[in-house]
Design a protein around this ligand. Structure first.
Ligand code: UD1
Length: 400
């Protein structure tokens, strides 16, 4: 692009980042506000840090989300927090030095978010944080540290809900830098639901599922607080077994969870016979045969299943929001949430991770049926357009 007025680097590293950058890329491509876009040219490049790298955790998402190939792949891979963060920082510094962007856009709260915002800020490059201000106030969560540090050095705060705005103001962030734009993940959700209407993407027979699924629960589980401690994990597994007597559970297994199942060497379940499409699944956990273990699914396959589920059970941050956007009951296997709007709206229930608490919440949700849930303000599919408009307006101010 000749003489761009601003140059952006858009960072994504882990699975939940990909669905957040996809709508921003679409908005940048479509030049949402003609009045501004005539004047301001934006050049953008995509950086994939390689924090997630398995086909199912990365490329499958780029394909599903129609994301272009990243301009830079940093190949950071898995390691301890310090090593992973450092690897991203070292590689991203070279990219920034060569590219000299005006603004680095980071999304969410993963290690790549933290690493790239620190690198950019130290090179005097502005940082824009999408999904700023969310707080669980739980410093045992690595993501909470990532969120706090990223926000402490960001220049643009794009927020999804009012609690985030309030948190940032309490922390002394200037009001004029906080932009309540809505949730980009919901932009993506609307877009993908429309695409799904053109056909289902699930390879039913490959996963050993019947085409008519009936009533089921969709489960995701990967947080260290749930899967890295053997006793906690077993308690959750026992709750799942009991629940699955009433409603079968579809459970795509995250690589971290798979690793912990193997490490704990939990009792073999002869009845879990599902096979991953390529690699054999040999999970050693005593889960009932009505808990269907699946390999990690692509975005569309996963959406196809959870949007019609009787209930979603999860410890993911993103799914709490996505279920709220589509009004699907969600039981969250955590003590707290950095996304309180999902509970306020009525779709999300925090169950914690103890067996009895999970069972009690499950029974309560089943008894009450589908909640009368509302959709949070500005979760209307236009968050990415608002972000791009803010960036354009800012760049006009700079060049004026
Ligand atoms: C990361 C994010 C978390 C997010 C989650 C979504 C941080 C601190 N955590 O957690 O916020 O909710 O992604 O998935 O950034 N692995 C693979 N293949 C991969 C990636 C990981 O096998 O492509 C395995 C490795 O054994 C690795 C483990 O999963 O050690 C954990 O991966 P990591 O990126 O460290 O954290 P997640 O648990 O995925």
């Amino acid at each position: 692009m000749e003489n761009p007025e601003i140059k952006l680097l858009l960072v994504a590293g882990a699975r939940p980042n990909f669905m957040k950058i996809a709508p921003i890329v679409r908005a940048l491509r479509s030049q949402s506000n003609p009045q501004i876009s005539q004047i301001t040219q934006i050049e953008y490049k995509i950086v994939h840090t390689g924090q997630h790298y398995d086909y199912e955790m990365s490329q499958a998402f780029f394909d599903d989300l129609e994301l272009p190939r990243p301009d830079f792949f940093l190949d950071a891979g898995s390691a301890s927090h310090a090593v992973q963060t450092a690897k991203v920082m070292v590689a991203f510094e070279s990219v920034c030095l060569n590219e000299r962007p005006d603004i680095v856009i980071v999304v969410g709260d993963v290690n790549s978010t933290l690493a790239c915002s620190i690198v950019a800020k130290k090179l005097l490059i502005e940082v824009a944080h999408v999904e700023a201000g969310l707080r669980s106030f739980d410093l045992t969560m690595p993501e909470e540290i990532n969120r706090m540090v990223t926000d402490s050095i960001s220049d643009y705060f794009f927020v999804t809900e009012k609690s985030a705005m309030e948190n940032l103001l309490k922390e002394g962030k200037p009001k004029e830098r906080i932009h309540f734009v809505g949730q980009v993940m919901v932009d993506n959700l609307h877009y993908q639901v429309r695409r799904l209407e053109r056909g289902d993407p699930l390879r039913f027979s490959t996963y050993g599922l019947k085409k008519e699924l009936g009533k089921y629960i969709f489960l995701t589980l990967h947080r260290p607080s749930n899967v890295d401690d053997r006793e906690t994990f077993i308690g959750i597994a026992e709750a799942l077994n009991e629940i699955s007597n009433e409603i079968p559970i579809l459970f795509p297994v995250h690589p971290r969870t798979k690793k912990m199942i193997e490490e704990f060497d939990i009792e073999l379940a002869q009845s879990c016979k599902l096979k991953a499409p390529s690699k054999g699944v040999n999970y050693k956990i005593n889960l009932d045969k009505r808990v269907f273990l699946l390999p990690p699914l692509g975005f569309r396959e996963s959406l196809f299943l959870w949007k019609d589920a009787a209930m979603v059970m999860t410890d993911s941050g993103g799914l709490q929001e996505e279920t709220t956007a589509l009004g699907v009951p969600c039981l969250t296997l955590r003590e707290n949430t950095e996304r309180p709007i999902t509970v306020e709206m009525g779709s999300n229930t925090l169950a914690g991770n103890r067996q009895e608490d999970i069972l009690n919440c499950f029974r309560e949700i089943i008894k009450n049926g589908k909640p009368e849930a509302a959709v949070p303000p500005k979760w209307d599919g236009k968050a990415a357009e608002r972000i791009v408009d803010v960036l354009r307006a800012k760049s006009r101010e700079h060049s004026a």
